[in-house]
Write a protein that binds this ligand. Structure first.
Ligand SMILES: [Zn+2]
Length: 343
């Protein structure tokens, strides 16, 4: 297992300008121009977008901010998406900004109830709007927004697709879509980035795509915790439309499950155990096997979508969207490309 390097990048916070120190250790930063409609071209048809824009508000579990370690908080938001923050001596590191600028402001208010330290860094774990549309207020307060290079590319490439996919959610929650804009990260990384000092650090790392190219995880060794934004969601049928390889996704989750941690903090769902992560591995493997078997047996896309069912997973969040997920897997296994490539 390749553990996040503790030595490759020396503590960013050892200097007065820690993020600049970190920046100097990265590849030259060439931030793309702000996304435009032209840059956001996608191969998805309006019909595809409509089918994927099918959020239905469920009876929500109340949102809860959980202190999972003396300096680490996890926001469990069943209806939307999770976030987390680590309070270091030098400032606050936030993981994911949630689904709307209003959500970002709420998260900042929650942090302010815990600490008055400056909010210095925000990591966007992957290029799905439900995890980064809260970026604008973090930009306004001067936080440095960090993401993997491929996540930034995905934000630009699929800007229109993401915005379309979120409309039903915005409507259901009375959130103003006109307030939403893509605020791109300031700083990109490729493999590992370390923030913090002494016993209190966060290792931001990339081990390759799981659900998405750019899937970033954050390891907190002192808290024996890891945040897994895109590739893992507890008791959830993850959207399989973006992954370039289900086998790669499985390999990634198995590696993450082998980390020496007790707390697995997912992008969706409550605080999790190693077994929860391995449950998702089993789901991915089972579904991949069945869809590949069906294709080998000559079933058409339409037959697979209509006939394949997984009653053992019917209790999972998102199971009602099985049709589009099966269609996406058929697309991946017959073309070698994800239905919605983010890269
Ligand atoms: Zn999500």
């Amino acid at each position: 297992m390749q553990k996040p390097s503790a030595t490759r990048i020396r503590s960013c916070l050892a200097t007065a300008r820690p993020w600049l120190a970190a920046l100097a250790l990265l590849a030259p930063l060439t931030l793309p121009a702000p996304a435009t409609a032209a840059a956001a071209a996608t191969t998805a048809s309006p019909a595809d977008l409509a089918r994927f824009d099918n959020f239905k508000a469920r009876k929500g579990i109340p949102m809860e901010l959980k202190q999972v370690a003396p300096d680490l908080w996890f926001l469990y938001d069943d209806l939307s998406s999770n976030a987390a923050f680590l309070v270091t001596d030098e400032g606050v590191l936030v993981i994911d900004s949630r689904q709307h600028p209003q959500h970002g402001r709420e998260l900042i208010a929650m942090i302010r109830k815990v600490t008055d330290k400056p909010i210095r860094w925000l990591v966007n774990t992957h290029a799905h709007g439900d995890h980064y549309y809260g970026n604008p207020p973090f930009r306004e307060i001067g936080a440095t927004i960090i993401a993997h290079r491929d996540t930034v590319a995905g934000m630009i490439k699929n800007e229109k697709l993401e915005f379309s996919r979120r409309q039903a959610f915005f409507r259901s929650q009375n959130l103003d879509p006109k307030e939403v804009r893509t605020v791109l990260p300031d700083m990109m990384f490729d493999t590992t980035l370390r923030i913090g000092s002494g016993q209190r650090v966060a290792e931001i790392f990339y081990w390759g795509p799981g659900q998405n190219p750019g899937d970033t995880m954050i390891y907190f060794p002192h808290a024996k915790a890891v945040f897994i934004g895109g590739p893992f969601a507890r008791k959830n049928w993850s959207n399989m439309s973006f992954s370039p390889s289900i086998d790669g996704w499985i390999t990634l989750l198995n590696k993450v499950a082998a980390l020496p941690v007790d707390l697995f903090l997912p992008g969706h769902g409550d605080v999790s155990t190693r077994e929860d992560v391995l449950d998702e591995v089993k789901l991915l493997a089972d579904v991949q096997t069945e869809v590949k078997k069906a294709i080998a047996a000559g079933m058409t896309r339409e037959q697979i979508v209509k006939e394949l069912r997984f009653p053992q997973y019917a209790n999972l969040r998102n199971y009602e969207r099985i049709d589009v997920f099966l269609e996406a897997l058929h697309h991946l296994f017959t073309t070698g490309r994800p239905m919605f490539p983010y890269h």
